[in-house]
Ligand binder design. Sequence first.
Ligand code: DGT
Ligand code: CA
Ligand code: CA
Length: 577
Amino acid sequence: MKNSDVCAIFRQMAEIMEILGEDVYRIRAYQRAAQNIENLTEDIAAIAARGELTKIPGIGKELARKIEEILSTGTLQKYEELKKKVPPGLVELLQVPGVGPKTAKMLYEELGIESVAQLERLAREGRLKGLPGIQAKTEENILRGIGLLRSVQERRPLGLVLPMARHIVALLRERAPVSRVSLAGSIRRYRETVGDVDILAGSREPEAVMDVFIGLPVVAEVIAHGPTKSSIRTADGLQVDLRVVPEESYGAALCYFTGSKAHNIRVRELGVRRGLKINEYGVFRGEERIAGATEEEVLAAVGLPYIPPEMREDRGEIEAALEGRLPRVVDLGEIKGDCHVHSKYSDGSASLEEIAAKARRLGYEWVVVCDHSQSLKVAGGLDLAALAKKRAAIAAFNAKSRDVKLLCGAEVEIGMDGRLDYPDEVLAELDFVVAAIHTGLRQSREVQTRRLLSAINNPYVHAIAHPTGRLLGEREAYALDLEAIFKAAQATGTLLEINAYYKRLDLNDIHCRAAAEKGVKFAIGSDAHLLDQMDFLELGVGVARRGWLGPEQVINTLGYRELLVTLGRKGNSWLNK
Ligand code: DGT
Ligand code: CA
Ligand code: CA
């Protein structure tokens, strides 16, 4: 039984209970439990074995007993009973936005519909008309809902969406009568993938703003056009939603449309306890608006400090904020360098001078120039002679440069037996050694863990590159005992990388937070192979913030001198404080 299996059972139970119209709070309890189990980095069976299930947030005695039953029998009596109460296809229909449990049940009973594809066909043929509660408009809405479902299922990597989203924001600022414009939704929270782009504008002339929006050159299709709310699709199929609100509602609307939905629900509950109603227009006591212009004001009305958007996932930020222990997370402005950039010496395209010039534009003090090691021939790995040449070139560059400094790094292959691709005396000469696995990705959990542990235990390895090896939408993480990796990284003062390349984002937010709780520190690297890819570092900072990391946990916040001292001796005070 894996964590994901336990999660799936709880999610299904919540959905079936929804069809059966059972208690909303019980349904929510199952959903929250599923989410929290999904976020675990440890095997749930191991937690159960220690008798610590109730330490998982959202898991009380009753749910703990159910988890134990699932672990020992492979299923749950209650789940089996629930399943018998509804036809299997019905649960699928519930995923369509606008199709609630009642409609799903009726569609099944009247027409035997039990899949989204079937629903789509019948709605297109106009065969839903005349059913209880179904009008022409309802069919249209269902089809739109199915489209929406597909667009959400088809999520895109954040790094590919951000440039277009910012371009549209810039165009609106330039051309529309807006006082303020901001990104909202998952993109503002720096989720690693986004369903659609949400933009919020403040204006006294919403209709004029909408006219500009739907007329922008990037618009390929207008999905909806209203006075305060419109949606468009760009040529490559990206959906962009724009909402316009009056200035005095801007903060409330920004809170609402930034989400996450789960976070918003919790904030609204806090409001209810104080007799307040919170929506996208403001915070209300009766008819009176008591807050709404800024996010700070809205959150303060329910007793909360400002919470960075990246933390708004209902992963404990509300509790932490209420108890005054919300950490201050690292800020992009505090980043003084990039820990992982490839140059022309291996498979990168930029020269040392170009890398330094780009770093200067980004406001950095330093960059670690990391090229591949000798055995990775496909990526132009450097043999010892080439590495010596690169070191000399970097030393010459640094002697001349009065601002940006370069560190001579290497991304060193970890062999199948855990051995590193350069001998120790060579590693010892490098400023920054990042060890990585690029071959033998399908080894067993034991082998993979052993390989990484052996790199972590090498006194010259400063960091482990992209520790889990996953690629968004392409490749799962390798089988790995992350707990053991975190523990060893902490004990030896080995940094774990937050690889900020848009497809990697590895470690991810959840793993970062778990590692940080074990005392691990982090190195953010863009892994740029092209100069412009150095901009991806921002995504890594987003991951760090979503992982609740403070500036003192991220080595990129150190100035050049401090960095050199810190890297000089592994196991020094900064690395495993
Ligand atoms: P995405 O687009 O799937 O990556 O994720 P989001 O979070 O951007 O979701 P989206 O675009 O559906 O909605 C944007 C925000 O609007 C969402 O984060 C919270 C808010 N929102 C949308 N629908 C609801 C709702 O039914 N209830 C509440 N409380 N908030 C909602
Ligand atoms: Ca969105
Ligand atoms: Ca949206």
